[in-house]
Design a protein around this ligand. Structure first.
Ligand SMILES: [Zn+2]
Length: 483
């Protein structure tokens, strides 16, 4: 496939996004279920690597993996009123089996608290069973009524969900903090996507949760993409499922539960949006579907060039790199454009002249520079440049991020920032009574209150009054438009 010129990323990010998904063959939206799409190898390979990084981290933290059914009985759902109210409008229901109407409707899981807690009530007996830490990799289904967008919002998506039970509230909260660290370790340190962690306001909590914390990434144009959320679940939720245990003194108690949900397909969207440019995708080395592409310059019909290319491929694959050798008929220039558009971090060019000198050219997608390398340094240079490329992508992303947060003092300033960055403002209350002011912000600017930060000590702006109602501010909040 010949590369067509992409729309300018900074000027037309939305068109760019649609086009890069098509051209790089990340997903095909032409499947016959609205809001569902076919993920293609170029994104699946990357998302499988993402799954592995998350799961390794969770296992290290003591989580055990489960596979739960994707069907959940309606009666499970109806046990917790807040939860059912929050999710019902988005549930796909299975009502028939063959020609028979089912006795009880089954939900295609939109999330699995009700399934896990039902089993927790059978498995957890004593304080010795706690903490009980689980996770599963699964696809979930939500009947989205908003317009869907590949990777960002779809009716079926791919995620990991963890469900855990603890003896004390403190232990549960520590696990929430550990989830936030997992997000940082994986999403930022490995995928190169910086995020800010917010505690969501009371009106934006997960249905049935006591407290919700969510990470937000931000695109170079200043719109946020929601990243993993983690929740302190109310004690009430496990209680209605009959999850209980006997403590050291034989007293019956209800454990405190948490859940965490890294949505792999949406994290993929922020990898595309955070690192991409006018030439196309840019993958961090660790999660690139192919890390290196070898392009033999075959113009002089020198068989030794191709031989060398295969030798390099073998050597690199033996060192566990993901390598593509493009020995197709297209001109080298066309191949360069194609693999740059696909976001391959490193390119090796082997020509007859360099071959004689036992050298090759190494191109880096991030710096767009080529250097001449001695053949004997192949492995050493690949490792070094792969590492530096990821580091450089991270640095670039974080620099961009910092410049997008601006202090605001009134609604007009909010309107100016939202859609182009994150507005930081004094706010009256993030409990239910602040909802009125939040609605004014959303109506006037299209931006939402993302929440309050828990990782920094915030200073109020100027006179310490709510940016909307003028009453005494209790919090500093962040406002942005999301994808
Ligand atoms: Zn207010």
């Amino acid at each position: 496939m010949a590369v067509q010129k992409l729309p300018d990323y900074s000027e037309k990010p939305s068109e760019w996004y649609t086009e890069i998904i098509k051209q790089a063959e990340l997903a095909d939206i032409r499947y016959g279920v609205k809001g569902a799409l076919v993920f293609q190898p170029w994104s699946v390979e990357c998302m499988e690597l993402m799954y592995d990084f998350f799961e390794k981290d969770l296992k290290k933290r003591g989580h055990k993996n489960y596979w739960f059914p994707s069907l959940i009985p309606e009666s499970y759902f109806q046990k917790e009123s807040e939860h059912i109210a929050g999710f019902t409008p988005e549930v796909f229901w299975v009502e028939k089996g063959g020609n028979e109407k089912l006795e009880e409707r089954l939900a295609l899981r939109p999330t699995s608290e009700t399934a896990f807690y039902t089993m927790f009530s059978l498995w957890i007996r004593s304080y010795k069973d706690l903490p009980f830490k689980t996770y599963q990799r699964a696809n979930v289904y939500r009947y989205e009524t908003k317009s869907t967008r590949p990777f960002l919002r779809s009716r079926e998506f791919y995620w990991i969900e963890t469900h855990c039970a603890f003896e004390t509230k403190e232990e549960a909260f520590q696990s929430v903090l550990d989830d936030i660290e997992t997000t940082k370790r994986v999403v930022f340190e490995i995928f190169g996507v910086p995020t800010i962690v917010f505690e969501r306001p009371a009106w934006d909590k997960f249905a049935g949760a006591g407290r919700t914390f969510g990470a937000d990434a931000i695109t170079p144009q200043g719109r946020v993409v929601q990243q993993p959320s983690t929740h302190m679940i109310n004690n009430h939720f496990p209680k209605v499922f009959g999850v209980k245990y006997f403590d050291k003194n034989e007293v019956e108690k209800t454990p405190f539960t948490t859940c965490y949900g890294p949505c792999i397909s949406r994290i993929m969207a922020s990898v595309i949006l955070t690192h991409g440019d006018n030439k196309g995708l840019k993958f961090p080395f660790e999660i690139a579907p192919k890390q290196i592409v070898i392009i033999p310059i075959l113009s002089e019909k020198d068989p030794n060039v191709l031989k060398k290319a295969f030798k390099f491929k073998k050597e690199l694959e033996e060192a566990n790199y993901r390598v593509e050798l493009d020995d197709g008929d297209k001109r080298p220039g066309e191949k360069f454009y194609y693999w740059e558009m696909k976001g391959v971090p490193l390119r090796i060019e082997i020509g007859p002249r360099d071959l004689k000198e036992k050298k090759f050219l190494l191109y880096r997608r991030d710096t767009e520079k080529k250097v001449l390398i001695n053949e004997k340094d192949l492995l050493k240079e690949i490792e070094k440049n792969g590492f530096e490329l990821s580091k450089n992508l991270k640095k670039k992303a974080i620099n961009n991020f910092d410049g997008l947060i601006k202090d605001v003092k009134n609604i007009n300033e909010i309107k100016k920032i939202v859609g182009r960055g994150i507005a930081r403002a004094n706010f009256c209350s993030v409990e239910k009574d602040g909802l009125g002011c939040a609605e004014i912000i959303e109506k006037e600017s299209g931006g939402k209150i993302r929440g309050t930060r828990i990782d920094v000590k915030e200073n109020f702006i100027g006179n310490k009054k709510c940016v909307i109602c003028g009453k005494k501010a209790t919090k500093v909040v962040y406002i942005a438009k999301d994808y």
